[in-house]
Design a protein around this ligand. Structure first.
Ligand SMILES: C[S@@+](CC[C@H](N)C(=O)[O-])C[C@H]1O[C@@H](n2cnc3c(N)ncnc32)[C@H](O)[C@@H]1O
Length: 1001
């Protein structure tokens, strides 16, 4: 044990934080991506996959550590220590990867003495093996003392610790980029406890701490900075991802949110995932007791079993509508396929007498039947059926009587649908729609999860059971609503909530559930505790009339597969055999030892003293939490479990921060002003928000100003998973703004600001590119920072410089920033930000380009050269082309652009540029680069003799002979950058280079 260090309170009081100087955003993006791809395997997601927009824990960890760690004079070492703590170092990576077999290490590593690490069995064989590695163990057969031949078995020496083994094994890790490595290894939290055992000596020696765990380190850093264990708050805590990570690391935590479902999820994160063994056992007992008692109540009602040993697992329902032309009652099925994998379809069999369809189930359907079943009786928003050989098609909107109306100057669609009353749970016989059960998936009722399952059509017995459920629910509904066992809350109209009201006539939240679902949920609701409430809410997400039946995986889907409330034409309803799965969330336990407090209030209401705020505020209506979560709030509104009874069970839509207009700005300022007030002078904040549009920067600058804060750094981390990228959306990431209190009231003139901005951008770009250059990263070819990060340096610098000042050109900025934006008008702040970003972009010399040639290039040449470099790296994002065009002051990039699609933008190739646009009037036309591309093009055509190509080039380039070395360098650059994309162009570029070089003068 090292001699106890003396931890000096406040020694870091004035020291900038690491996150204000560096952050390895590329590696962080990889780990974020990895966490996201874990889907339901993410630590807190098991509590509620319906919560959208969870901020990855690994990103939160980076922010929290980044705020507490100091930025010292040795930035490189700061970064290394940060990576040790984040589990990005080579030894942790080896732990995440797993130990290879000793014989693999012997084959790969240079080891002067293998016996420092390994033992051999039987031991007498030691002398017969080489003393040093590398060697191939399988090549050796050795002689035992008995004289027989044996294969030696090599194992690790027993006295080596796991850390020692991994320190050796990491040298044999494949030499891949972090991106590739990290996607194949475990996440750090999956090997928690063991991941960090090797780091503390290095961490302590750099930081002057004496820690052996995160909790100790956080406590000591907190004392050094704030004089106490740090208190971290998130006033927009949502599902609790930020506060949970902070508590797991060892901060004392305050989590607050306006929405009670958010508070409940955060409560679950701390108390269920963060429980200790004793609590966990208690929770499990409660869950078990609940499941047993619900099952026995359902069984007593006799509504799920067929009396022959089978139980209803999934019930499939669809809507029916009357065909206006034939008077037939037609089921609305978008597809007749019930199971794709098991080849089960349903068949609509006409019942002439009753003018309706019987729905039969066909097992083992033929290929033709499967293909035919793809088309159902609901196609292109219309009901479709055939009677007497004639096909009838009617738009649902027409049958429903949709018409346009106006309310408060807004166009709205109305229709003839009847609005349901509070006590109603079913369509009435005179309604436009009705609903019917059309198939049941049965499971053999022997309690075995691998039991047989089969689909059957509906029998008289099923109809009786259905009737029993309906009557039971009708009889009890008012009582249940009074007791709070099912919702009695009206659906308030809104962007997302209008849909069920308008398209079905449902006006109360319980109407989004059918009687069978209501009955099951009411029985559970009567019995839940705080520990089981989280599971109960989870169950509602998987069992409502908005739960899609997926014939691909034979399963009922969650309501919130997206962030909307979409009523369906057919859906799946889960039987009680599912309750175990929903009420017992699958999770790994991480005991939380720190203090935590959960508050259900507006962000501006927090009154505690807080050292660090890390927040992820709502922005741009990405998710309408305040509307969609009413789906759940309605259930806990009356009689919530006692731990949640102080919370306001209402989404308080009016108080929720939303949109991005002036009101959004004002409520954000309210929230952040209060946070500034609650922070000590050396307090620090991180605000996370999703990058959506360029104007966000000016918005944020204004909010920061008016809240009495100033920006000290900004980072960009890619948080989108690749499926979004594949769909061709803009790459979305998370911006991290680092903020401090603005303690001084400085003034500045706008002219001076320009110089200061230029200086600041240059400093930041130099720092980041310098770190790239010096990085002795063991990962292959890895850039710590890429162009996008360097561009970010422009934004960061702009916000850093601007928000430092209270007054610019005599204008009081905190006041000014509260003024509403005038549409279409750019403000001084917009212009200054753009100025800074352009400066940052100008610094970005492409890889492999000689600076002296770069400096001689025109704007449009630079754009072409820069984008060629990007394309060679597989980056085709349109916004890059646009940003750089702006930075290089290109008037019209149309001359050089081939495609201008979001993620599929591209330059014209030499061939596509061809002969056109070579005039002096063109921007690209008369440049040297353009002439070179033309020469490459005619070489590619192979119709002109090489010496004639040179001849033409000489004519095109003024002062040709002096420019020869530049021409050959540019030709070589083009060749390198096009080698993978366009090999032919690449080889012709080299031909041109050689022609120019070898030319006799
Ligand atoms: C982007 S989400 C936070 C997500 C969270 N970081 C997570 O990982 O789950 C924003 C949160 O702000 C909450 N919110 C909106 N307006 C609020 C207000 N005025 N005061 C407090 N919370 C508010 C919403 O309920 C929502 O939970």
């Amino acid at each position: 044990m090292s001699q106890q260090q003396k931890i000096i309170p406040f020694i870091l009081r004035e020291t900038p934080s690491l996150i204000e100087s560096v952050l390895p955003v590329q590696k962080l993006s990889v780990d974020v991506y990895k966490e996201r791809m874990a889907g339901s395997g993410q630590t807190l997601t098991g509590l509620g996959s319906y919560w959208k927009g969870r901020k990855p824990l690994v990103l939160n960890k980076a922010c929290i550590l980044g705020c507490l760690l100091p930025a010292t004079k040795n930035i490189k070492r700061d970064l290394e220590v940060f990576e040790l703590l984040m589990g990005m170092d080579e030894v942790t990576l080896s732990k995440r990867y797993g130990l290879p077999k000793p014989k693999e290490l012997l084959a790969q590593l240079k080891l002067p003495n293998i016996w420092d690490y390994f033992d051999v069995s039987p031991p007498e064989l030691r002398s017969q093996l080489p003393h040093s590695a590398p060697f191939i163990l399988d090549d050796y057969k050795v002689v035992r003392s008995s004289g027989s031949l044996a294969k030696p078995i090599i194992s690790w020496r027993k006295d080596l610790s796991e850390d020692q083994k991994h320190s050796l094994a990491c040298a044999a890790m494949p030499a891949k980029a972090y991106r590739e490595l990290a996607t194949t290894v475990s996440r750090v939290e999956e090997i928690n406890g063991f991941a960090h055992s090797h780091i503390w000596e290095q961490v302590n020696s750099h930081l002057g701490t004496d820690a052996n765990s995160f909790s100790e380190l956080i406590n000591q850093l907190g004392i050094m900075r704030f004089g106490r264990r740090p208190v971290l708050a998130d006033t927009f805590s949502g599902s609790g991802q930020i506060p949970f990570e902070a508590a797991r690391l060892g901060c004392d935590v305050i989590a607050s949110d306006l929405n009670p479902i958010a508070c409940m999820l955060t409560w679950g994160a701390f108390n269920i995932i963060g429980s200790n063994v004793e609590q966990k056992n208690k929770i499990e007992l409660e869950q078990k007791a609940l499941i047993e008692s619900v099952r026995s109540e359902i069984d007593a009602l006799n509504i799920e079993t067929d009396g022959k040993g089978w139980r209803g697992k999934v019930y499939l329902y669809c809507l029916e509508i009357t065909c206006p032309e034939t008077g037939w009652r037609v089921p609305l099925l978008p597809s007749l396929i019930i199971s794709q994998t098991k080849k089960i379809v349903c068949k609509l069999v006409p019942d002439e007498l009753n003018k309706r369809y019987r729905i039969d189930i066909v097992n083992n359907a033929s290929e033709d039947e499967m293909t035919a079943a793809k088309k159902g009786s609901y196609q292109d928003q219309s009901m479709v059926h055939t009677v007497g050989g004639i096909e009838y098609r009617s738009k649902i909107a027409t049958i429903r009587g949709d018409f346009n109306d106006h309310e408060n100057g807004k166009r709205i669609i109305k229709n003839k649908l009847r609005q349901w009353e509070k006590s109603e749970v079913m369509y009435r016989s005179d309604d436009i729609f009705s609903e019917r059960l059309y198939a049941i998936q049965w499971i053999r009722d022997d309690g075995n999860s691998r039991s047989d399952v089969e689909f059957r059509g509906i029998t008289a017995g099923d109809e009786d059971r259905e009737e029993k459920v309906n009557l039971y629910v009708k009889k009890n509904i008012e009582e249940w609503q009074k007791e709070g066992l099912i919702p009695d809350m009206k659906i308030e109209p809104g962007d997302k909530t209008d849909e069920p009201i308008r398209t079905r006539g449902w006006t109360y939240w319980h109407q989004l559930f059918n009687p069978r679902q209501l009955l099951l949920a009411a029985i559970i609701k009567k019995k839940i505790t705080s520990n089981t409430a989280v599971g109960f809410i989870n169950l509602l997400n998987w069992n409502a009339k908005l739960s899609i039946w997926n014939p691909g995986n034979n399963n009922v889907q969650q309501v919130f597969a997206n962030q909307a409330l979409n009523p369906l034409y057919n859906y799946g309803c889960r039987g009680s055999c599912w309750i175990g799965q929903h009420l017992v969330p699958h999770y790994s336990q991480f005991e939380i030892l720190s203090k935590f407090k959960i508050i259900n209030d507006v962000a501006s209401g927090i009154i505690d003293q807080v050292d660090i705020f890390v927040t992820d505020p709502p922005y741009g209506d990405a998710v309408k939490y305040e509307e969609i979560l009413e789906f759940f709030i309605a259930w806990l509104r009356k009689n919530p479990p006692k731990e949640f009874s102080d919370w306001i069970w209402d989404s308080r839509r009016a108080l929720a921060i939303k949109g991005e207009d002036h009101d959004f700005k004002l409520s954000m300022v309210d929230a952040y002003k209060n946070m500034t007030l609650r922070m000590p002078d050396n307090g620090i904040q991180v605000i996370m928000f999703t990058h959506q549009s360029g104007s966000i920067w000016a918005d944020m600058a204004n909010i920061v100003w008016a809240s009495g804060l100033q920006v000290t750094a900004a980072w960009y981390v890619v948080t989108e998973t690749d499926s979004a990228l594949r769909e061709g959306q803009y790459v979305k990431g998370t911006i991290l703004l680092i903020l401090r209190k603005r303690l001084q009231s400085q003034e500045v003139a706008r002219d001076e600001l320009a110089y200061e901005l230029a200086d600041e951008v240059k400093k930041q770009v130099d720092l980041l590119t310098g770190l790239n250059r010096d990085s002795k990263d063991f990962y292959k070819d890895e850039n710590l920072f890429e162009d996008a990060d360097l561009q970010m340096a422009g934004y960061a610098a702009a916000l850093r410089v601007l928000t430092r000042y209270k007054t610019i050109d005599g204008v009081d900025m905190p006041q000014e920033s509260l003024r509403p934006r005038v549409k279409g008008q750019s403000t001084m702040v917009d212009e200054l930000i753009e100025f800074a970003v352009n400066i940052a972009n100008e610094y970005l010399v492409p890889e492999g380009m000689d600076t002296s040639i770069w400096e001689k290039s025109t704007g449009i040449e630079r754009l072409y050269l820069k984008m060629l470099d990007m394309e060679s790296k597989g980056i085709f994002t349109l916004s890059n082309y646009q940003n750089f065009a702006k930075a290089f002051k290109v008037r019209d990039d149309g001359e050089i652009m081939n495609e201008a699609k979001a993620n599929k933008a591209s330059l014209k190739t030499a061939k596509q540029l061809g002969k056109k646009g070579m005039n002096a009037a063109d921007e690209f036309g008369p440049t040297i680069l353009r002439s070179i591309l033309y020469a490459i093009h005619i070489l590619e055509e192979n119709k002109t003799k090489p010496e004639d190509v040179l001849h033409q080039l000489r004519d095109l380039v003024p002062d040709y002979f002096r420019e020869r070395s530049r021409i050959s360098a540019l030709a070589e650059y083009i060749s390198k950058k096009t080698s993978a994309l366009r090999p032919e162009e690449s080889s012709n570029a080299i031909v041109l280079r050689d022609l120019v070089r070898r030319e006799k003068v």
